[in-house]
Design a binder for this molecule. Structure first.
Ligand SMILES: [Zn+2]
Length: 294
């Protein structure tokens, strides 16, 4: 574990959101006063997770690769494809960071995109190769050799929250981007979490974004957000185009808004029976995954 500065503000002006011990690891979650970014400080690195003797998969879902899990990934992929389609062209070079089981990459390959995947979990990487005949490099995105590659489409579905240094992830993605490239990200929305208050802050996730904080971080790394789709609950998606890095105009009022959202969730999650509702497919389709776009 390593103490860090806020990657947006580059300072350490924070208030504590939560501190708890899980699997023998004490995790402190903080909110940055300057921008509203929420993260673990000290940040959790791969070696800390490995020291627990649990694989990333075990820490995250502890779910075997089975038909039920696959159906869930396919459902998510269908939502993503609906958002992504306007930017997908045959003949593009695509990179998926954290390719997982390879469902999204294989779908894009069917649309004629030449996909390359990077996946740190060997079991999932092997599955994606066997099942979909995908090119997958096993390893951490920060470390894999990709020199000589340039991409039109870079995708990260529920990965940015895992990195100990998400700004570096975005900067590296930018360095691999062709001039007209697009970056697609999906990540949980801290303003409207799907899971209960006790599970919002976890060992696998280091960073907890809102659409605003992610937009600022993207701008800093040289990505201009083009479109955002925010679901009523759970997550949000962004599409960003390669641009020049800029210093974002941070608004400290955002921190108050984030603090309120965390507090509201703690109070209302059980009162609103969200723990029941979020399991009902009809409610998910009819309410949870309705979205707003910007
Ligand atoms: Zn900050």
């Amino acid at each position: 574990m390593r103490p860090i500065y806020c990657p947006l503000c580059e300072q350490d002006q924070t208030r504590r959101v939560e501190q708890k011990t899980r699997h023998g690891l004490t995790v402190t979650t903080v909110l940055c006063h300057g921008c509203g970014l929420v993260y673990h400080n000290p940040v959790i690195e791969d070696q800390d997770r490995l020291a627990l003797g649990l694989s990333p998969r075990q820490l995250h879902t502890n779910e075997p690769i089975n038909p039920r899990h696959q159906r869930r990934v396919q459902r998510r992929t269908a939502y993503q494809l609906d958002f992504l389609k306007p930017w997908v062209r045959p003949g593009q070079q695509g990179l998926e960071v954290g390719a997982g089981l390879g469902v999204l990459s294989s779908t894009l390959q069917q649309y004629g995109v030449q996909m390359l995947g990077v996946e740190p979990d060997p079991q999932q990487a092997e599955y994606a190769r066997q099942q979909y005949d995908l090119s997958i490099i096993t390893g951490r995105f920060e470390e894999v050799e990709l020199s000589g590659h340039k991409f039109d489409l870079i995708l990260g579905s529920h990965v940015i929250e895992h990195f100990p240094a998400p700004l570096n992830f975005l900067i590296r993605a930018r360095s691999l981007a062709r001039p007209e490239a697009r970056l697609f990200l999906e990540t949980p929305n801290l303003l409207v979490p799907k899971v209960g208050p006790r599970r919002v802050f976890s060992i696998p996730h280091n960073f907890y974004f809102t659409p605003q904080t992610l937009t600022w971080l993207l701008l800093k790394a040289g990505w201009q957000v083009e479109k955002t789709r925010i679901f009523r609950r759970d997550s949000f998606m962004v599409m960003a185009r390669a641009a020049q890095p800029q210093t974002p105009a941070l608004d400290p009022r955002h921190a108050a808004l984030v603090w309120q959202a965390i507090y509201r969730h703690r109070c209302l999650y059980y009162l609103k029976f969200l723990f029941v509702l979020r399991k009902i497919p009809a409610w998910q389709r009819g309410w949870m995954y309705h979205f707003q776009e910007y």
